[in-house]
Design a protein around this ligand. Structure first.
Ligand SMILES: [Fe+2]
Ligand SMILES: [Fe+2]
Length: 493
């Protein structure tokens, strides 16, 4: 019943002239006017109503114009603020009324983000608006239910994401953040395991779910970065590659947040980290876990996981959506900053930023994890000092410095002995550079060495009488030698 359009804009360049912010606001105002009217009409009439069809046509052509000008159309709602393609949109008073109406409708279904993808046609758009209007009548207004309905109707070019905890309207309490963080972390592991298993049957990688999980990680990091970094102390919860990929993703997203990347960039970085080792899936376990030195042939097979990663990402993608940076990361995450490492004959004269970040996080997680071929697992501060020795050769010096400040001189999760003879676990780095040696520490043994569930102490605390610090770190210790599982202290919080 409608004209099919959309595909033609798929490749229109992002490079094309970006609309001036005033013109963009004008266009968004129009979109919201059309969208509100179409939604109100659909709440009263059937989808074949002529007025509704007209409204959808104009709405569709406005969205198409955004594709043409900007390459994508991503709407994010945060309380009373709208972002289009990560730019904040300002409204005048009349348009704000339309925007508020729509934002209210979306919030009722817990929708925080709507992404219109190239390939959309006006028929699909009409179905979407119709569903939105009809779901008003239904009792179950949950996001999950609405999303299932979208999938059932085959609406594939309008992707929605759940409203996020960091939205001030649903800001979580401190404790809730930790609970959600644990849930998201373990869900990521299960999800990666499922994705990797699907690959064995040549099934597509479920990008949408991966995206949603990374988005949750991004939001949680905004709320409690230290706790998220702490979660990466969980090792060998599942197969190595699965657990490792989740940890690298968490660390990389934290890194991206420290670098001030935009939310969408952090999602791409997180996805790249999730799938950086996807090329390892076909490598036999005997090679992956071999205790002895790899033979020349085995080493070659191992190194090829970078190329295989790219092949898999291309062949197993489940939509047109595949950030090109994920390919670079799969290919480049074993390249050194001085271009040693592998793949050996890489012709680019620069290494991508995301690849350099993933390289750092990958190394850090890998050397701090027990593996059959590793005689000695490094503690987190040993790993950091080893990496510092490789600054400028293996790792990008500026990025490595930033990573060190992110995890701290005593990285989160380190076991430390204090001058009070107590032992503690580093829970949070001190953001003040002058206090880098004074993080927040959870006390886990008393002065006599008995295990206790102590408080989290800020080591900058002074003794009011003496005027000196109450506690100071003497040195860091290897948790394995003390049979301490650091991850337990993050899981029981
Ligand atoms: Fe790798
Ligand atoms: Fe890796």
């Amino acid at each position: 019943m409608y004209n099919r359009k959309g595909e033609k804009n798929q490749n229109k360049a992002k490079n094309s002239s970006i609309l001036s912010s005033k013109a963009l606001s004008k266009r968004i105002e129009e979109i919201f006017l059309r969208f509100s009217s179409a939604l109100k009409t659909a709440q009263i009439y059937e989808l074949n109503n002529l007025t509704f069809i007209e409204q959808i046509r104009s709405l569709f052509s406005l969205i198409e114009e955004i594709f043409t000008e900007e390459g994508q159309a991503l709407f994010q709602f945060q309380e009373n603020t709208l972002f289009l393609n990560n730019n904040r949109i300002k409204f005048d008073l009349v348009s704000f009324h339309n925007f508020k109406f729509l934002a209210g409708e979306f919030r009722r279904k817990e929708i925080g983000t709507i992404r219109f993808e190239p390939g959309l046609d006006d028929e699909e758009l009409a179905e979407f608006v119709g569903l939105l209007a009809n779901s008003r009548e239904k009792k179950d207004t949950s996001f999950e239910n609405f999303q299932t309905e979208l999938e059932y109707k085959g609406i594939n070019h309008i992707l929605i994401e759940k409203i996020h905890p960091y939205d001030p309207s649903v800001r979580l309490k401190h404790e809730q953040v930790k609970q959600v963080a644990k849930k998201v972390y373990f869900k990521s592991i299960t999800h990666l395991k499922e994705s990797f298993d699907r690959h064995k049957e040549n099934k597509k990688l479920p990008w949408k779910t991966s995206r949603r999980l990374i988005q949750s990680i991004v939001n949680l990091i905004n709320q409690d970065e230290s706790f998220m970094i702490g979660m990466t102390n969980i090792k060998n919860y599942d197969e190595y590659t699965v657990n490792h990929s989740a940890n690298v993703a968490v660390l990389a997203v934290c890194f991206g947040s420290r670098l001030g990347l935009e939310k969408e960039e952090m999602i791409e970085l997180g996805l790249s980290a999730f799938y950086h080792d996807v090329g390892k899936l076909d490598i036999p376990k005997e090679i992956l876990d071999k205790r002895d030195k790899l033979s020349e042939d085995e080493r070659k097979i191992m190194e090829k996981h970078t190329f295989h990663g790219v092949e898999k990402l291309i062949s197993l993608r489940d939509s047109n959506y595949l950030p090109v940076k994920t390919l670079y990361v799969a290919l480049e995450h074993h390249l050194w900053t001085n271009f040693s490492g592998y793949p050996k004959f890489w012709k680019r004269n620069k290494i991508g930023l995301y690849s350099k970040i993933v390289k750092i996080c990958d190394f850090f997680d890998s050397v701090t994890t027990e593996r059959p071929y590793r005689d000695h697992v490094l503690t987190r501060d040993q790993a950091l000092s080893l990496m510092m020795e490789k600054s400028g050769t293996e790792f990008d010096p500026a990025l490595l410095k930033l990573f060190a400040s992110m995890v701290g001189v005593y990285p989160i999760g380190s076991l430390v002995s204090l001058d009070t003879q107590e032992l503690g676990i580093v829970m949070e780095a001190n953001s003040e550079v002058t206090f880098m040696l004074r993080p927040k520490v959870k006390i886990i043994t008393n002065r006599k060495g008995g295990k206790i569930d102590g408080e989290i102490i800020d080591l900058t605390e002074l003794d009011p009488e003496k005027g000196n610090y109450k506690r100071t770190i003497v040195k860091s210790l290897d948790p394995n030698k003390y049979s301490i599982r650091v991850s337990d202290y993050f899981l029981t919080l």
